[in-house]
Write a protein that binds this ligand. Sequence first.
Ligand SMILES: [Zn+2]
Length: 485
Amino acid sequence: MAKRTFVFGLDGASWKIIDGLIKKGSLPFFKKITSQGIKRNLISTVPPRTAPAWASFATGLSPAKHGIIDFFAEEDPFGKENREIVSGRMIKGKRFWEKWPKDVGKIALINLPLTYPVSKINGVMVSSLLTPNGRKWFYPNKLGKVLKSVGYRIEDFNFLSKIYLSKTSSREKFLEIEKMANAKFELADQLISKKDWQFFFLLFSETDWIQHLFWRGQQTIKIYQQIDAYLGKLYHLLVKKYGARNFYFFIVSDHGFHSSPKTYFNLYPWLRKEGFLKPSLKVSLARIFRKIDFRQKDKTASRFNGWGETNLLKIDSFGIRINRRVLNQDFDRFREKLIFSLKELKYENKRRVFGLVTKGEDLYPGGQKGRLWDITFLTNPYFAIGPCSIERKIFVARTTGIKAIHDSDRKGIFLAKGVGIKKLLGDCLDKDIYIWDMPALFSKALEIDWPVGEKKRKIKTGLARSLTKKEKEGIFERLKSLGYV
Ligand SMILES: [Zn+2]
């Protein structure tokens, strides 16, 4: 009989925090699992952000195939506004539970990002981040009573604003996060005690929030200790219920984390200075009269509507797309030269600005054209790409209230325990594991063939209900406050 599989996600959990705390003796359960089980890096997507990473976790596909690059759907490079918030409907390709046979057994999917809108499954589903306010966020209906009894709150936009934007004190924010982690534990505890699950997934988002707000502070340590205790309790509950030999236990995170960069690198003036960007008249004018609002109050690179007329179609925090229609030279040569220059680029002749610079198709072979950047990059953690397209200075000091981000860190965590775990991991045993390997791994654990080459699902854009303009603006502001926009 296939073994039961229990997977706990810790959003943004990083060995940078965990290893030190294990050494100090602050995380007894992590200590036990790392010494008895398999410990690896779980390599995230580019960009290493929550939405594309968990979409890869669910589909086994890279962002170039599932189509989720960030919290927003791909915008029209020619400047038309399309900042649609992504949802489960936009994921191209089936999620693992949608591919599994009906008789696999009961499945719990709790707080997996991009599971809004929730669907009917043999088990329970609780949606997550990016659920619009006031929409149905769990299945089946009778789960509502349990969720209420444990004080579970959906991580919709209202909730996120409470954590990040409101003027509540650090103390209140910490208590709110602590309470949320507790509700998740209580829910898992009840569900595991009362029902028999073949596959169980629950994500603690709290590690991500607390690190954004406090990074290596006491608050972060407390939340890790709290979750360590919860995972220990749940593990022992499973041992008592099924026996240690009869289930697999995984702990994973979707990306790493690093302290907030202190310096902005502005691509626009650098590209101009190096002769890579030939701006159109419109771009030049915007630069000269930068106090003038060309498009409402927004002058960020991604929203400025002049790029379609230049030789570089899209310039953002993770890549560049070249406008072949305007480029009046050999594409390959131009691209090689630009890649070389980005790789060589140093701040004050010392520190390299980029940790990774590569062709989009080399990073994600087989990705769909138009979903890939021509050049993809990740900055070193000391730098962030500046948001202002018409900034004149190449390097600018960066100030933000957010203590840490994860844009430059693909190293998430992977821990696995269970009898036969080495055999299960097979080829992956000695190396880093990628987040898109997860569906195949879980399927193997449940003795299900992981089918390849299935018919691709058509992309549907749009939410069950479109967000109002005000809602979109609110979300935009919240993401901006996190440094995501
Ligand atoms: Zn995340």
